[in-house]
Design a protein around this ligand. Sequence first.
Ligand code: CO
Length: 213
Amino acid sequence: MGMDGYRRLLSYNERWVAERTADRPDYFSRLKDNQDPEYVWIGCSDSRVPAETVTGCQPGDLFVHRNVANQVIHTDLNMLTVIFYAVQALRVRHVIVCGHYGCGGVKAAMSGRDFGLINRWLQNIKDCAERHQGELDALPDEEARMRRLVELNVIEQVDHLAKTSVIQRAWKTEGRPWLHGWVYDMKTGRLKELVTRTSTDLPHPVHRFDVGE
Ligand code: CO
């Protein structure tokens, strides 16, 4: 592919607009005036895990945040802003954290290599591996350990969401959103549910906020 390969994206866009408006001329004019998504998707930036494609979602369905290895880090202002806006203003019903087997971020975290600045982002995954070392060591081989670490990483990020005041306040006042941890298998295209947490699944008391009524 030459340097002008990017042009296919623009020509696809022209065809897409034509197709969308062929049977519904008001398709875009209806979408532009409000957004009312039911779901937040926190996924990996990996190009092989496209949120809308694997879930059949359309424009307006998913509020998306993606980063390397689908992390929920309490000092990440970007992630917090997405969650705050989606939960408080858009009032989404579900927040989905979706990891994927074969995640390069998880592999990098376990490689022992020095990635400079990126080490700090991967630290969270190393901490997860350390916390679950017993379970991981009991697995038969490296592939099994990496697959399980991908799952444990997702479950921990869901746990991190439950520790935010934004989620706890919405849980207390409206009983939403449900938190979901999923993993995507790039070899099969399938999604698997790992964990679901609702408003009764509060974190350890030390992580609970006095969110009032
Ligand atoms: Co990944």
